[in-house]
Design a protein around this ligand. Structure first.
Ligand code: ATP
Ligand code: MG
Length: 417
């Protein structure tokens, strides 16, 4: 039996990959305008990094991580998300010493052992960005403005931005106790999962999808009503700045994040086009994270976009593969050898040139030129070899023009074709 890929891990094939390249190119363009630089970190990290940052009682750490022992018995984990590795790299490489403000972005595969379904995979890809060193609410609005701009640029507008504040270590503990007490009174109505974790991770009950839990928590106390003065002021300013930048948003007081490090501003971009997998991007502030990983006490904020979900929304055929500029067809062996050299010269001049290598009939060659969606075709036969001239055929309208073979590359550039 032939070997297949691992369940929940997908190939990205020619024809689909153009959409991926489009999404990546746009991210580089937009993030570059906002002053972000790319950072690339390894796909594997010490397990401890994720346990300490994401939190022991989160779904990711409890059940979704790809953790294994290497040959020296070190516990390693395929990264389930990008923020913790970027912070690890930031601290290890002392990027804070180079610049008090770091704006970084990343793109690449992440791994979570989840039940594969539409929009949910075991290897999936994120495009993410992080700003380290700025606590002011202007940067929250700036990060959201960049996310908004990115979605405008890729042509996805069927998303809504939901924001919330999760408070800080000053105000969250008291709220958390209040929420535990509230859940305690309704324990019988909660699902088994929420019952199990209501003491360790009570906030998760607020975004549980089970109908019973939704009803039982419909009037649960909300963090935004229990913020300390500093968090309240911060959140108020984030909203004001978003309004000033004309970024549409909604407050979602029930939004929580599946990672422990989030404080204050949190957000999600949600869509109703992907069924249960409704979040296409998510993020927030993580002011204590850098310090908790052994770095300086610097604030941070960031987001991650789920690329597979963007591709599902756009459709894999949204960006057509680019065909050759020119297909060189040849009649006979001598012409084929000449066509081979010509094709190579054109390729070296930056022209997308293609030919048939197998001595097929002219009809078959022209069929192939069509199939590849070549913009132009050139037929080389005895006469053309002798005269050094040939007819360049525009495949879209079948119009022809004579060209000199020796100067074809320059001609191509001159005609801007
Ligand atoms: P979800 O609620 O869908 O499980 P999440 O809260 O676990 O998402 P984050 O950790 O915030 O997701 O990751 C940010 C984004 O990455 C998500 O909004 C989503 O678009 C994408 N994402 C997360 N997990 C997966 C997955 N298993 N497969 C595909 N995309 C994913
Ligand atoms: Mg998840």
């Amino acid at each position: 039996m032939s070997i297949t890929a691992i369940k929940g891990m997908n190939d990205i094939l020619p024809g689909e990959v153009e959409t991926w390249q489009f999404l990546e190119t746009k991210a580089r363009e937009v993030f570059g305008c906002f002053g972000f630089s790319e950072i690339r970190t390894p796909a594997v990290e010490k397990t401890e990094l994720f346990c300490r940052s994401i939190g022991e009682t989160t779904d990711i750490v409890e059940k979704e991580m790809y953790t294994f022992a290497d040959k020296s018995d070190n516990s390693l984990t395929l990264r389930p998300e990008g923020t913790a590795p970027v912070m690890r790299a930031y601290i290890q490489n002392k990027l804070h010493a180079l610049d008090p403000v770091s704006k970084l972005y990343y793109m690449g595969p992440m791994f979570r052992y989840e039940r594969p379904q539409k929009g949910r995979y075991r290897q999936f890809h994120q495009i993410g960005a992080e700003v380290i060193g700025v606590e002011e609410p202007k940067i929250d609005a700036q990060v959201l403005a960049m996310l908004h701009r990115y979605f405008c640029q890729i042509g996805i507008d069927a998303v809504s931005l939901q924001v919330n504040s999760l408070g800080c270590p000053e105000c969250r503990p008291a709220y958390r106790q209040q929420l535990i007490a509230y859940l305690d009174e309704r324990l019988a109505s909660l699902c088994a999962e929420c019952q199990r974790r209501y003491q360790t991770n009570p906030l998760r009950a607020l975004d549980c999808k089970v109908e019973g839990c939704r009803q039982a928590t419909s009037d649960a106390p909300a963090m935004i009503d229990h913020l300390c003065a500093a968090c309240d002021e911060h959140f108020g300013q984030v909203k004001t700045h978003l309004q000033a930048l004309q970024i549409p948003f909604e407050i979602n007081a029930r939004m929580v994040r599946g990672l422990d490090y989030y404080v204050r501003t949190t957000f999600e971009l949600v869509t109703d086009q992907l069924g249960a997998q409704n979040a296409v991007a998510a993020g927030g502030r993580y002011d204590g994270l850098v310090e908790s990983l052994g770095g300086p006490a610097l604030p941070g904020i960031g987001f991650a976009i789920g690329v597979e979900r963007l591709v599902l929304m756009l459709g894999t055929d949204s960006v057509s593969p680019q065909g050759p500029d020119l297909f060189v067809a040849a009649l006979g062996d001598a012409a084929s050898d000449q066509a081979f050299v010509l094709m190579s010269q054109l390729q070296n001049s930056g022209i997308r040139a293609e030919m048939d290598y197998q001595g097929k009939s002219l009809k078959a060659q022209m069929r192939r030129a069509n199939k590849l969606r070549a913009r132009f075709a050139l037929i080389l036969g005895e006469d053309e070899l002798q005269s050094g001239r040939a007819q360049l055929k525009n495949m879209a309208d079948s119009s022809q023009q004579e060209v000199v073979l020796e100067t074809l590359a320059a001609e191509f550039a001159r005609l801007q074709i």
